[in-house]
Design a binder for this molecule. Sequence first.
Ligand SMILES: [Zn+2]
Length: 111
Amino acid sequence: MLPEKIEEFRSLLRQRRKELEAYSEMSAEARAAVELDQSSVGRVSRIDAIQQQAMALVTERNRERDLQRIKAALVRIDEGEFGYCVDCGESIAEKRLKFNPSVPQCVDCAP
Ligand SMILES: [Zn+2]
């Protein structure tokens, strides 16, 4: 892949990483909210709060996973491995990378 292309993907990945980290910070409150409210709210709204917290936790887990994939992709760029499938070593289609630059596998190896 052309170095310019790789730089393009690098800045996309960095941008995405920044966004995810910002969301993570913003939602930290939602994940911690239940304990704070427990004494002051009724049962129904507490259940509501617990459900919201559970959702926030799932979202955070997904975000954490995305973040790990992005960091791994940035490492692959540094090591000159970017754009190659981590399983078979074949190059990953550029269209696939454009859709998601952190994707580690080619279409054949993807689970
Ligand atoms: Zn592969």
